[in-house]
Design a protein around this ligand. Structure first.
Ligand code: FAD
Ligand code: NAD
Length: 481
């Protein structure tokens, strides 16, 4: 078998793999990317993009309904067919021609097929027709193979043909009744989306709702989902799931109650997409999250040529954070290949430091929940001496302008020893766009004293920053009324 030699090989052309290739090429290297499905990966076709499109129409409708004058002009509900058609257009009808054009444009080589490591700096690719090819990298191989849904061990579940996020983001019809297992971001976003489109949704979750956020986010989103008609049941997990004689799915709950639906979506977390990438050929355990340092280089003796980025590392399962890791990896690989210095100190040019303390995330639910950095509980777990200030967004002029009866809440978690913000959460209509200011404050470690000089425009929802700072008190004016 002939071997093709290049500088860098990336396995997986999701958003993360694409960005590794982009940075490596920008750094003067040649790169091949191997993809066995669609270039663009989960985010483009079965995750971020279709789910946000399914959610947007309902959010826009409700926003209009909350503004007298506009509300009177809303005379009907959502047109589900039009929403689904917009979703189909957004994902390019699950065709990756556009993304291939982009890869061509940056000078990357795409090899279609399933790639597995085959020992040091080598990748074996099995093409869709079964032909095999061997690739060898002069400098680095990067595993960017993402993650897959994790199915809990519930009796009968696998046989009941459950939806994963893939089916739930690509469905062609609105199910009359949808049961969802899991109250994390996937469960809550897709509950909001399908309830808005007319499904009767029941959401069962073992924990609370959005338990990785501040508790007030879970409370407000639970109320918001219920206002859409979602039957939210926390501390609840089915014992067994089956399809009945008329093909309905029946979820048996502890105590004998049942939930009957047309489809059941399992949204109980993800596992590493590392089971079938040949990790065993280099001494790593298949199926595990791949452990990397902050330049995204695998932490294991003798594997200085092997990197991983994105979901497969388990560091922060978000597209934006994976792309950030990809930039670090691609730049570090190029620097090492050129024998140039690698700036791997915290916040250096070649590291993904923000993964540890400043990951922004938005749950595009009803209402939106957005956070960056640490929750108050996480900060306490890390031993940080904090003070938490919070504020009712319904009192902010920009919010009341935006919607009558605006409901929302925000908080800042302040590190009292360093006098910097280490976490911020905003929950309410249209808060997603507020988040980046908080990310800059956390990453920039902007002293509270200086934040007083960042004046939010009136009347924007961002004025909540001023209210939060007033709640905290102006350092040096503690005695002032
Ligand atoms: C429903 C849902 C909604 C989401 N919404 C958001 C959101 O709004 N914002 C956000 O930031 N994140 C969101 N996420 C998370 C986001 O989708 C992931 O973090 C992101 O897709 C990870 O990118 P990745 O490139 O690491 O993996 P992937 O996108 O999974 O890409 C991996 C690629 O590798 C390929 N591959 C795997 N194994 C091989 C192999 N052996 N050979 C060749 N190719 C291989 C796959 O086909 C795939 O194309 C969402 C996730 C879900 C499930
Ligand atoms: N907008 C976004 O950025 C976005 C959207 C969707 C997904 N994502 C990413 O995808 C990741 C995975 O999301 P997810 O929601 O699948 O996982 P998750 O870990 O966030 O939530 C899993 C939920 O399932 C529940 N659960 C687990 N086992 C259960 C069982 N047997 N019965 C009942 N409930 C059970 C948990 O209590 C939890 O509520 C997220 O952490 C996030 O990184 C991001």
């Amino acid at each position: 078998m002939e071997t093709t030699i290049t500088d860098v090989i990336v396995i997986g052309a999701g958003a993360v793999g694409e960005n590794v290739v982009d940075r490596a090429i920008a750094g003067g290297l040649e790169a091949i990317v191997v993809e066995h499905e669609l270039v663009g990966g989960e985010c483009s076709y079965w995750a971020c993009e279709p789910s946000k499109t399914l959610l947007r129409s309902g959010a826009a409708l409700r926003a209009a309904q909350r503004v007298p004058g506009a509300a009177e002009a809303v005379t009907g509900g959502l047109d589900a067919d039009a929403v689904l058609a917009r979703r189909d257009a957004r994902v390019g009808d699950w065709d990756d021609t556009g993304q291939i054009r982009w890869l061509d444009g940056i000078g990357a080589t795409l090899v279609r097929g399933h790639g597995v490591l085959a020992g040091e700096r080598r990748v074996r690719v099995t093409a869709p027709g079964g032909d095999e090819a061997l690739l060898e990298a002069r400098h680095a191989v990067v595993v960017a193979t993402g993650s897959t849904p994790r199915l809990p061990d519930i009796d009968g579940l696998a046989l009941a043909r459950p939806w994963t996020s893939r089916e739930a983001t690509s469905a062609e019809r609105v199910p009359e009744r949808l049961a969802i297992i899991g109250g994390g971001v996937v469960g809550c976003e897709l509950a909001a989306a399908w309830a808005s489109l007319g499904s009767e949704v029941t959401l069962l979750t073992r924990s609370g709702i959005l338990s990785k956020f501040e508790p007030f986010a879970g409370e407000l989103v639970t109320a918001g989902l219920r206002s859409l008609g979602v039957d939210v049941r926390t501390d609840c997990s089915p014992d067994a799931v089956r399809r009945d004689a008329v093909d309905a799915v029946v979820l048996a709950l502890p105590g004998g109650a049942e939930v009957v639906a047309d489809e059941v979506l399992v949204a109980t977390g993800r596992r590493a997409g590392s089971e079938d990438v040949g990790l065993e050929t280099v001494g790593l355990a298949p199926g595990d999250w791949i452990d990397v340092d902050d330049t995204m280089r695998v932490r294991a003796d003798g594997l200085g040529w092997l990197y991983a980025a994105g979901d497969v590392t388990g560091r922060a399962l978000f597209t934006h954070q994976g792309k950030y890791q990809a930039r670090a990896a691609g730049d570090a690989i190029a620097a090492r290949a050129a024998g140039a210095p690698v700036d791997d100190a915290p916040w250096g040019a070649h590291v993904a430091t923000a993964d540890h303390a400043a990951v922004p995330r938005v749950a595009f639910t009803e209402p939106e929940a957005a956070m960056v950095g640490l929750t108050a509980a996480e900060a306490a777990r890390r031993g940080i001496r904090t003070r938490v200030v919070d504020y009712d967004l319904g009192w902010v002029a920009g919010a009341t302008d935006r919607a009558d009866g605006y409901e929302g809440r925000a908080n800042l978690v302040v590190d009292e020893d360093r006098r910097v913000v280490v976490g911020a959460t905003f929950v309410g209509q249209d808060v997603a766009e507020l988040l980046h200011a908080a990310t800059i404050a956390v990453v920039g470690e902007v002293p509270i004293e200086r934040l007083w000089h960042a004046v939010p425009a009136f009347p924007t929802i961002s004025e909540v920053w001023l209210r939060l700072l007033e709640g905290y008190g102006r350092p040096g004016h503690e005695g002032a009324a």
